[in-house]
Design a protein around this ligand. Structure first.
Ligand code: ADP
Ligand code: ZN
Ligand code: ZN
Length: 712
């Protein structure tokens, strides 16, 4: 018989497998609300968990006591607790870990959930005339002309925090409520297509619905987002705007901030404290708009009225480790739970979203033309077979580059490989430099010179001799951005060449500085990876060249064609975004590749339609739901055995595997996977819910990836 006890709570703790436990709340402590954090004893230590239910009784005889209740008000509002439960079922991930993923890191570690005093200031006396305190006087005068004013704005204008403190101490200035009014920017007049899209969204603001805004690159999707936000904000509602990781730059933020006040930003470069504060401000309604990357989907709001997902096809919306959620899919789920609208925008929508349009679940809106009269670029192929080239830049392309530079245009060269060369090969015996810990070739880097493993991050000195035969003729094979940069600099001696990849621009600030240099508009060449492809606006780029289009179309991953077509279209979309028309040149060794031909002739929409029909025909996502179970262990045997056991338990589904991952060994662990395809979602989830993992050796790790983005 369970014994009756009125002060029992269920607490989810961040542990794998069994993550929900019953605890007793001792008399002096208040009962924690559902969604509040509690500190509880766990194993031999203690941990921060979240109260998930009040219980009338427990099946357990002796319950441990809650040690501390951390939140008077629940930090997680009911809608997020509800979302966490849904995620637990959908992603087959323990509730405690789901809740821990939702919380900002500071909150997870037990930091108090109190809002700092607002860092906004006004003057509190009519004048400040201390002749000697010039810094203070200057700040006072600035504030008087610009009040109320955020402390960040004061420091951005060159004033010192110390002067502000001194003025506050003297009683000349005081804190005030933040000003959430807009910046008063005059918006452009929407085009006819924009107006139609705006109208379509605005008429459906009061209930759940998803609209896919398919707008070609440079068509003014952001203007549509800004316009549909207005009525939501006017009614006191809040808006969540999700953007891809690379696109969240001060430039992006500014576009929202200039139109509306009260914009907060959530991205991975914030300190834990800043992140928690922005989170709390959104929950308290002290911010009106949150612009953020993937995990911003978990922001609590006082009155959320609309969710926008920009570049909805972007891979950064899918978390690739731990709890492998899709922020885009969660946006739709959260909107459904809260009964509010979602706008998904992209020039190259995912097949998932297009499938939902075809089935009538999403409505589609189109912006078929570029804004403000800019034309779409023209496409040209360069057949690389038998072409002379300089380190991968064809002579024919060199001429085109020169023509554009002579016409004072800027040039963007795209190559999806960082480093100097993707392999180092012995010309005498064919030996290749491999990683000691992975089954992978090492990439040759220059400045700093090293062989780098792009899978585990290990670095090795560059050998003088072949390890196998001792020959000293070691050849860098293939192209990386560093090699292209060097080649282009040799070909165009007097022109600035900017390389933009993860090695050259590690911080957002460095990236901003680069973009500022580029947007002075002088003729220049940019060489870069997909960091250049996403959402950026370079008005003076008239030529985009894709140096190696083939790799993506040759990958066995079933999503590779879709991804490659998206990438080519997005990169191409950087060309000719302003007055001057753009050209796109694509180097290929397979000019007749049917996928490439289809993209050239039918454009992304035609390509996507055909690719979707293929997926439906062979029964792959989005037509059928998929999951991937990955397992890894030191020698691989345990991983394979586990997946074999799962395979038995999952009979009734279409199963592929266990097979070794394409790069089987990474960081000295052998990786295997089992792919599952089901006829329907319920079918998939019934089976996954039945999985019974046996007792596992410590060294074995495994995970379930529902709707995997990478299937290899
Ligand atoms: P997308 O996100 O669709 O690629 P953007 O929103 O970046 O396109 O818009 C491209 C450019 O067109 C921006 O400089 C934007 O200010 C401008 N623009 C958008 N809408 C209009 C409009 N209705 N009239 C004039 N310019 C516009
Ligand atoms: Zn050799
Ligand atoms: Zn490695």
């Amino acid at each position: 018989m369970p014994r009756m006890h009125p002060r029992i709570v269920q607490v989810a703790v961040p542990r794998p497998l069994h993550s929900v436990y019953d605890y007793q709340v001792p008399a002096p402590l208040p009962m924690p609300a559902v969604g509040a954090r509690v500190r509880v004893p766990f194993n031999r230590g203690s941990t921060v968990g979240v109260c998930t239910a009040h219980l009338h009784s427990s099946a357990h005889k002796s319950l441990k006591d809650v040690a501390e209740v951390l939140d008077g008000q629940p930090l997680l509002p009911p809608d997020l607790v509800q979302l966490a439960h849904w995620m637990t079922d959908y992603y087959h991930h323990p509730l405690g870990e789901v809740l821990a993923t939702l919380l900002p890191a500071a909150a997870r570690k037990g930091a108090p959930g109190n809002l700092d005093e607002p860092d906004w200031w006004t003057t509190s006396v009519p004048a400040f005339d201390n002749k000697r305190a010039t810094a203070q006087r200057a700040l006072f005068d600035y504030l008087q002309a610009n009040q109320p004013c955020a402390a960040e704005q004061l420091t951005a204008a060159g004033h010192k925090r110390a002067a502000l403190r001194a003025l506050a101490k003297a009683g000349a200035v005081e804190r005030c409520e933040p000003d959430l009014r807009g910046g008063g920017e005059v918006p452009p007049e929407p085009s006819a297509a924009q107006a139609t899209a705006i109208q379509a969204v605005i008429t459906k603001l009061d209930a759940f619905n998803v609209q896919l805004l398919e707008g070609v690159t440079g068509s003014g999707k952001t203007e549509v987002y800004l316009r549909v936000m207005e009525p939501v904000l006017d009614q006191g509602g809040q808006v969540l705007v999700l953007v891809p990781e690379i696109a969240l730059t001060p430039q992006t933020l500014q576009r929202f901030q200039q139109r509306y006040g009260g914009v907060g930003m959530l991205h991975s470069n914030l300190s834990d404290h800043e992140r928690l504060q922005t989170w709390l401000k959104a929950a308290a309604g002290k911010l009106r708009v949150i612009v953020g990357t993937r995990s911003a989907i978990f922001t609590p709001f006082r009155k959320l009225g609309l969710i926008v997902v920009d570049e909805e096809h972007d891979s950064s919306y899918k978390q690739q480790d731990g709890l492998r959620y899709s922020a885009r899919d969660l946006a739709a789920k959260r909107a459904q739970q809260l009964n509010l609208p979602v706008v998904l925008g992209s020039a190259t929508p995912s097949l998932e979203s297009l499938y939902n349009v075809n089935r009538g679940r999403y409505a589609k809106l189109s912006l078929p033309h570029r804004a403000a009269g800019a034309r779409m670029p023209t496409y040209h192929l360069i057949d690389m077979r038998g072409q002379a080239h300089t380190d991968g830049v064809a002579v024919a392309l060199e001429h085109v580059i020169r023509r554009h530079l002579d016409a004072r245009g800027q040039v963007l060269l795209f190559l999806n490989r960082r480093g100097f060369a993707p392999a180092l090969l012995c010309a005498a015996c064919g030996w290749q430099a491999l990683c000691s810990d992975c089954d992978a070739k090492l990439t040759l880097h220059r400045k700093p010179a090293a062989l780098v493993c792009h899978h585990c991050g290990l670095r090795f000195p560059i050998p003088d001799q072949c390890e196998h035969c001792g020959s000293s003729s070691l050849l860098p094979v293939g192209m990386g951005t560093q090699r292209t940069e060097a080649a282009v600099q040799r070909l165009f001696k007097d022109l600035p060449v900017y390389r933009i990849d993860r090695d050259s621009t590690r911080s957002n600030r460095a990236l901003e500085q680069r973009f500022a240099q580029i947007n002075t508009g002088e003729p220049a060449i940019m060489v870069g990876t997909q960091m250049l492809a996403k959402g950026h606006h370079f008005p003076n780029v008239t030529l985009v060249a894709i140096l190696n289009a083939d790799a993506g179309f040759c990958s066995p991953d079933f999503r590779a064609p879709e991804r490659t077509a998206q990438l080519i279209t997005q990169v191409a979309g950087r060309a000719g975004r302003a007055e001057r028309p753009g050209e796109v040149w694509i180097q290929t060794y397979q000019p007749d590749n049917p996928l490439l031909q289809c993209l050239m002739q039918a454009g992304y929409p035609g390509f996507a339609e055909l690719e979707l029909q293929q997926r439906i025909a062979v029964g792959l996502p989005p037509a059928k739901p998929m999951a991937l179970i990955r397992a890894e262990s030191a020698n691989g045997t345990e991983a394979v055995n586990l997946l074999q056991q799962f395979k038995q338990q999952l009979r009734g589904l279409e199963l592929l595997g266990p097979v070794a991952a394409p790069i089987a060994r990474v960081a000295n662990r052998q990786r295997y996977q089992l792919m599952l395809v089901a006829d329907s979602r319920p079918h998939l989830h019934q089976h996954l819910a039945r999985l019974q993992p046996p007792r596992l050796p410590r060294s074995l790790r495994w995970s379930i990836d529902v709707d995997p983005y990478d299937s290899l």
